[in-house]
Write a protein that binds this ligand. Structure first.
Ligand code: SAM
Length: 230
């Protein structure tokens, strides 16, 4: 996978999510022991939305994060955007959302459109992380907030061997069994290990122009939430 060019890698990611879309939500619940629901609530809280805010959930997939935002802020204007149509198609069957087709590297939105841009498990997949953050900065209004939830490589600790076994054996085996695409769940540890840690993400966000940046680690340091303000 690391030998693929930018466009090939984007096509690979789209194809992979198309193939696992039908079982994506179930696999998420099982992999995280249902904890992802709690993390999504934290993302919405950190977005500090007003009741009628305009929000973009980028890399929305089947729309779980956007759905949580609508639940908490029924009057908000929530846009759920992704570049894999099949993920959004599966999500639309669960409950309709304002889905929109969009590439995180070329957002089809005007400058200063949203009060908040949030994402869950997106940024690890984006082939140019810095450009992805800059695009989110561009479409945010002054004072608007960015919140990024993603997996991250934990610092070595007493649980490291168990985390390694969970990521490299249990998740791919379970993913293979449930989706028939174990490759997609080998992609998860591979991209997590290649991805920036929470401190490096802070540096990327600062470079894009964000202020008031912070982060927290969850799930034994395997998950990070980063936030900032334009
Ligand atoms: C791991 S899923 C996360 C879905 C959802 N946010 C969640 O929390 O369950 C990653 C999603 O990001 C999307 N994605 C990856 N790269 C993208 C890009 N450049 N532009 C838009 N969406 C992208 C994929 O299509 C996929 O639906």
């Amino acid at each position: 996978m690391s030998l693929l060019t930018g466009n090939e890698r984007a096509a690979y990611v789209q194809n992979m999510f198309t193939r696992i879309a039908h079982r994506y939500d179930l696999m998420n619940r099982l992999m995280t022991g249902g904890q992802d629901i709690r993390w999504r609530k934290q993302v919405i809280k950190l977005a500090r939305m007003d009741v009628n805010a305009s929000l973009l959930d980028l890399g929305t997939g089947t729309g779980d994060l956007a759905r949580e935002a609508v639940l908490q802020f029924p009057q908000a204007k929530v846009t759920a955007a992704d570049f894999t149509l099949e993920m959004m198609r599966v999500g639309q069957k669960t409950s309709p959302l304002n889905f929109s087709s969009a590439d995180a590297l070329r957002l089809p939105f005007k400058d200063s459109t949203f009060d908040a841009v949030i994402s869950a498990f997106l940024m690890r997949n984006v082939i140019d992380l810095q450009k992805g953050i800059e695009e989110q900065f561009r479409v945010l209004k002054e004072g608007g907030r960015i919140v990024i939830l993603d997996t991250t490589h934990p610092k070595k600790n007493i649980l490291s061997p168990f985390i390694w076994i969970h990521m490299h054996f249990i998740i791919p085996a379970l993913g293979g069994l449930l989706t028939g695409v174990s490759e997609a769940y080998r992609y998860l540890p591979e991209t997590t290990e290649e991805f920036v840690n929470a401190e490096e993400m802070v540096a990327c966000m600062a470079l894009a122009g964000f202020k008031q940046i912070g982060f927290k680690r969850l799930m034994f340091g395997t998950i990070a939430i980063n936030w900032g303000e334009k």
